[in-house]
Design a protein around this ligand. Sequence first.
Ligand SMILES: [Zn+2]
Ligand SMILES: [Zn+2]
Length: 141
Amino acid sequence: MPPCAYRGGVKITGSSDWREELPFDVPVLVADVVPGDPTRCSECGIDSAPHERDALWAVRRRNPKSHAGVVRFHCAAHLPPPPAPVESEEVVRLRRTAARAVRAAAPRRPTVPERVAPVCPTCFVEVPPTGVCGMCGERVA
Ligand SMILES: [Zn+2]
Ligand SMILES: [Zn+2]
């Protein structure tokens, strides 16, 4: 007769444990964290049809009233966009400054190709902008 196997001692993890594993503000497929029967989107309303859990996302949000945050289920239609990264005043200010610097560095007018100075046909030297050859005094341009 085999010795009586000790039964028990296996702790059932609390049903809320999976929530505490979720990262904040990152939608996670509900089927991956709490598989089970179809359930409702928190925004579709009480009268809505339940969604399969592989078509629902759990999003953990920070909540001032709950240290663990609040987890809600969202269907694809109600999946909230990820929150915009919080930009500090400093970052915004730096970016504005950088944009200004780029504008200041850019030429105000499109660059005009450099004028090719005419060459005196007699002396074969470049004629200054006056158009008068510095060697022979002939007006070239
Ligand atoms: Zn919904
Ligand atoms: Zn000349």
